[in-house]
Design a protein around this ligand. Structure first.
Ligand code: PRP
Ligand code: ZN
Length: 299
């Protein structure tokens, strides 16, 4: 297979998105050969190679067609979109899929113990961030003029160093803020991971693999929430039991040998099945309840 028919996908080298990105690719069937400290992982069983880069570089790498695909946070994408617009360039990478990981928020935080009376309190204040464009847009929308201090990292220590009165940074678990005695007071943008692609047309082989990858991602994301549930139930209780099964469209109903008044029900539930659900099903007359994880799914 020639080099050009292999897809190049950029992922974050080290950060919040690295492990879940690699986990998603593994669940999509990719076996990656990667030496220690190597910046390129070679797909052994699929024509897809992974480039490990700084997340902030991913939109450019995709926009400039160095990579065909990129897995990156919406926060990075939107900041880049505004940064390009400020230079009169239109972002042309295309968002292919919203992903169910990397959830976080870009938020404004202030030193613990200070009072907060709303966005207008930021007027005339210095706010440190690595997201100057998103912050600028947010402040403009609120009609607030503040001093944006653009840093390239370690934003959370800026208030302690006397470089800023507040910060605007990503918050995921909140532990970075807590460790630095900062308090989140205002969300600027809700974010999660997305898959983007190059604006340049792909050849037939690559296009085909992008389609297959998207289908597999769809399957992986559905499976994460899905469970396979099996139970026995009196025929008379069927309507109630179907109502209680979370997110299942058409369960399979099987007669039970020697029990004309009972059936077995098998269903894929596209939502998590909680103990409360099982208890409700039991009260409705269900017995022999079994809940299994789903490994793969293809609609
Ligand atoms: C973000 C942010 C914080 C951290 C917050 O970094 O800059 O350092 O995550 O997470 P927490 O609330 O769970 O403590 P990210 O992983 O996006 O890396 P980067 O900013 O260096 O690209
Ligand atoms: Zn980054």
């Amino acid at each position: 297979m020639d080099r050009d028919s292999r897809l190049k996908l950029a992922v974050q080298k080290s950060g919040r998105l690295t492990d879940p990105s690699l986990d998603l690719l593994a669940r999509c069937g990719l076996k990656l050969a990667r030496g220690k400290d190597q910046l390129v992982g070679y797909g052994e069983n699929l024509p897809l190679d992974v480039l490990f880069v700084r997340d902030d570089d991913i939109p450019d790498l995709v926009q400039e067609d160095v990579c065909d695909l990129g897995l990156v946070g919406l926060n990075v994408i939107e900041e880049k979109r505004l940064a390009l617009a400020a230079r009169g360039i239109e972002a042309s990478f295309e968002t292919l899929r919203l992903l169910d990981f990397g959830r976080c928020r870009l938020s404004i935080a202030i030193p613990e113990g200070q009072s907060w009376s709303g966005v207008s309190a930021l007027a005339g204040r210095r706010i440190a961030t690595t997201y100057p464009h998103l912050l600028g847009q947010f402040l403009a929308r609120h009609g607030v003029r503040a001093d944006i201090v653009t840093l390239s990292g370690a934003v959370e220590i800026a208030p302690r160093l006397g470089r800023a009165d507040a910060i605007c940074d990503l918050v995921s678990t909140g532990s970075t803020l807590a460790a630095n005695h900062l308090e989140e007071v205002q969300t600027v943008l809700e974010s999660h991971a997305v898959l983007i692609r190059t604006p340049v047309a792909l050849g037939a082989v690559k296009s085909d693999w992008v389609e297959r990858l998207l289908m597999r991602i769809e399957g992986v994301q559905q499976v994460r929430e899905s469970k396979y549930i099996m139970l026995h139930a009196p025929r008379a209780a069927l309507p109630e039991i179907r109502r209680l099964l979370p997110g299942s469209e058409s369960p399979t109903i099987i007669p039970l040998e020697g029990h004309p008044d009972k059936v077995a029900i098998h269903a894929v539930c596209r939502e998590n099945v909680f103990w409360e659900t099982l208890e409700g099903l039991k009260r409705a007359g269900a017995s022999a309840l079994l809940v299994l994880p789903v490994e793969k799914m293809l609609a």
